[in-house]
Design a protein around this ligand. Sequence first.
Ligand code: PMP
Length: 401
Amino acid sequence: MTDLFSKFDALIAERQALLDTGVRDPFAIVMDEVKSPTLAIIQGRPTILLGTYNYMGMTFDPDVIAAGKKALDDFGAGTTGSRVLNGTYQGHKACEDALKEFYGTAHAMVFSTGYQANLGMISTIAGKGDYVVLDADSHASIYDGCGLGNAEVVRFRHNSVEDLDKRLGRLSADAQKLVVLEGVYSMLGDIAPLPEMVAAIRKHPNCMILVDEAHGMGFFGPNGRGVYEELGVEKDIDFVVGTFSKSVGTVGGFCVSNHPKFEVLRLVCRPYVFTASLPPSVVATAATSIRKLMHAGDKRAHLWKNSKRLHAGLREMGFTLGTETAQSAIIAVMLPDQETTVRMWQALLEQGVYVNMARPPATPAGTFLLRCSLCAEHSDDQVGDILDRFRAAGQAVGCIS
Ligand code: PMP
């Protein structure tokens, strides 16, 4: 039978062949109980969570939870409407105020997810006849934003300043260009050379810069704003996009900016206008978390310590990692093929460690990897246990000697 689903046949067959080897489905894990930011019960087994975006461990913060419960009691379960109609409550404004303070910007706009923030920002400001110049390894939401807006897409080689410069040089000086970068690239955990990129972009006229700081918010820079703050290019960035689904510990997305006409986006940005706003409990938890992240120096320090320790330990065992040193809270363990990756993933799960399995097309250049992401709430003992279990799993699967 041929129908609209026929195009998925190869994928269905590949998946079935993998499951027939007896491994568990890495994309069908259920957390039966979640005890803390770093511990869950998966199929009856206490499991250390090493594959979440909960970098700052805010999901169980008592103040964050209390704020959410209060908003649920005071304002109900949902807004049942768009931000531009009945869906803006005082909590949405308070959340935007918290963001403006956190980022030191004049404007902040909250979206229902980070995906929608990229989709909305890119598609609305770069339309037909404009250019979006982006890193080849950009997140799916950035590519989808280009598609929705119908701009011409120009890709440059991942993190290559030279290629970025060259491709900008080929575009007409009169054309309006949006350059989209990410502070941290989430598959390998590497960071962008933003100062060098900004310098290259500044040589070309009519360029604006948007940086996605999804994986940098909370622990890069003196105020936790992201890699662009850490590397000192705040004044050069026109738009910062971020998410509440990582360091903030809930769900939602945003863009902050000092552009004088920014507020017009509330009227013309389709992924902002044509969807329901976040529930009051979510914006209350986000605002409380963002304010606490302004004073989270100790957590930041512990997160960096965890990341560096895991990186050094895995490297010493002989694993191939995505970066030479720990550049962020993400450490990617590179593996040769899908089968080894799934076997290693399963061996870790059986030892009580959950990591993300990533495969093409999410990963760059056809690579298979296990993505480990650290949390500020991982204890020293947990990081020790993670290292012991990686050694045991790696030896059992034959990835290390
Ligand atoms: N940008 C990047 C770089 C991301 O990694 C993600 C999510 N993984 C998003 C945007 C989307 O964020 P959200 O989960 O809030 O939709």
